[in-house]
Write a new protein. Sequence first.
Length: 236
Amino acid sequence: MIDIFDLLEFQVLAAARGIEDYYGFTTGEEAASEDVYYTVYQMTRSGILKQEGEALVIQPPASCLMDEIAAAAYVLVIDQGQYELPRQCIYHSRGPYVCLESCSTDPSKISLYGMDWESFILQLKDLYQLPPPYLTEEVGDYDFAGYWEDHIPKGLKRLLEAGCQAEIEDFLDCPQIYSVFTLRDKINGKIFKRMVLLDLALEFCMALQEDGAVSLERYTPERAEKVLEAWWRDEG
């Protein structure tokens, strides 16, 4: 089940759950008190929130999703090249993989829903965030490293070699960027690891960034899935 909220409604949910800071979808400015009161009234009237004494209690199914966001230490942010929507923020602790994403029908709203691991990976493939590879046959000892060296522009190479110091906005204007997966601290957005998929003519290149290091390798969906699975295992 997918719930659709505007940004202020989600901020009210976060406040009701005691989530003071989180990286992902924020308005960037403080809402007027009358807007907050009206939003709380509407969400209480619709049954999303329930007044219990002095507290506002989130009701199922949104409550279990907000519990997972509150418990998560990290957020996986998924962006597509050229700023294509949806942008996704995935939170996970011990329960479902909770996704916040830009609503496809109304960019001013966000979707909130939970998935298991298999559904999460299937969604990445269905949305072509993990695309099928171009090459479907073995190519023997082809020199992919030499191909990357010749076909990745110098400016993009510098961004990749900067490791996690480079911000996402530095990447998304580059025409070779297909999708970017960034593991961040949930509170302050500090980058720990990043996987960048480069759309090159022969084949996708997968660039893995961690600290000040970068490695380039031939992309396959199976390899990318193992990288993401290891991130959650290592950081969980």
